[in-house]
Design a protein around this ligand. Sequence first.
Ligand SMILES: Cc1cc2nc3c(=O)[nH]c(=O)nc-3n(C[C@H](O)[C@H](O)[C@H](O)COP(=O)(O)OP(=O)(O)OC[C@H]3O[C@@H](n4cnc5c(N)ncnc54)[C@H](O)[C@@H]3O)c2cc1C
Length: 418
Amino acid sequence: MPESDEKLAHNIAIKSYDIILIGAGPVGLTMAITLAQNGFKIALVEKAPLSFIEQPQHDGRGYALSYGTIMIFKALGLWHFIENIASPIRSIHVQENKTPCYLNFEADQINAAAAMGFLVESHILRDMLWHGYVEQKDNITLITEAEILDFKQDPHQAIIHLNDQILSAPLLIAADGRHSSFKQRLNIQSKTFPYNHHALVTRFKHEKPHNHRAYEYFYPAGPFAILPLMGNESSLVWCDKPEIVTTLKTLNNDDFAAHIYERFSDLGTISCNADRFSYPLSAILSEKLYQGRVVLLGDAAQAIHPVAGQGLNLGMRGLAELAEHIVNARLHGQDWGDSFVLDAYQKKILSTRRKFFILMHGLVKLYDIDFKPLSMIRNIGLGLVNRLPPLKHAMMREAMGAGSKQPKLMRGETLIAK
Ligand SMILES: Cc1cc2nc3c(=O)[nH]c(=O)nc-3n(C[C@H](O)[C@H](O)[C@H](O)COP(=O)(O)OP(=O)(O)OC[C@H]3O[C@@H](n4cnc5c(N)ncnc54)[C@H](O)[C@@H]3O)c2cc1C
């Protein structure tokens, strides 16, 4: 044992938990709440300060929460915190630039729900999760500003050394984001797919009501989406070349509004006064989802292009699968950190994410070729799908996470019958 390890082991008692969770982002925090509600003792380890979780700040992102994600929040008793401020998405209009054909999805075409999903700004979602955490405080030990100095695992447990304490548990869940340091520690390889554009995100006001319609336009430089917030306000995702995004960020409010209006005038005059944020975009897929007693969750497992707002939703689907397997293992007196639990989760999620990735990546790549004949084919394709209700409905149900084979939480059920 190296000298520093020996000193730690001698001077500091090891604290045992049922599960160690790394990362209190939206997926990690929801997972901590889910497992705590089911009686697990959790150590939630976050590198950011407490204020990051307690008073989340606007970061420009509007999350399009799918029906399946909302069912999870309902099953956890969290949805009531934000249901009056989440904006329903009742229809989606998809079009290539200003070409004639388009695809239209309407919530009432599939009578499963009055809305296909809801739009919530990221800081509002994280504020809801803070309330959920407070309710489960007894079962969650939150450690912020944490630095993980060392990590080990043996056949029975995972152990991490922090600055001033050592934690151990039979399972460690790494929900530490797209650049997961745990993935690197475990030497799990990833495939990265860079896109040649960045996303600029903000919100803006408009003259006319949006009637809860979302708009997605495809341009060769990247997708451009307008998503309905409450009142006459919408969230903007403008993907473009990095240098264009930099310029758009520095324009004054009136000039920026004029640029949006040039592309999108359906909702009348536009005014902008919110901060603008930008994100470089890439897809990152880890080649496997667990090693030993460590399992990857959320963006640490897969990060995808936000073109159809599915990254968080996919992370939540993984959460619902993993939580169900963990809770079932304990109910049957089994070891919830064992490979049979993690393998079952891996199998489900790898096949789901394959479908999502092919669709999202394919969409972005299909539209980034600025070539007239190809544009005609794409247009015919959009028009055709629009006239094929069964195909359209199948696509809608899949994106909504409303299929019949969803895990319990995505059907709105609790994990242990009450
Ligand atoms: C512009 C944009 C728009 C998007 N829109 C949508 C949308 O509409 N719908 C949707 O479903 N998804 C959307 N996404 C994707 C969504 O943002 C991500 O999928 C989501 O944030 C992933 O959550 P997470 O908790 O897995 O990871 P993160 O949000 O990245 O959280 C990771 C957490 O781990 C912490 N951490 C990192 N390293 C360590 C460490 N070593 N020790 C301790 N803690 C650590 C971080 O501080 C952070 O709190 C969008 C993404 C972008 C960029």
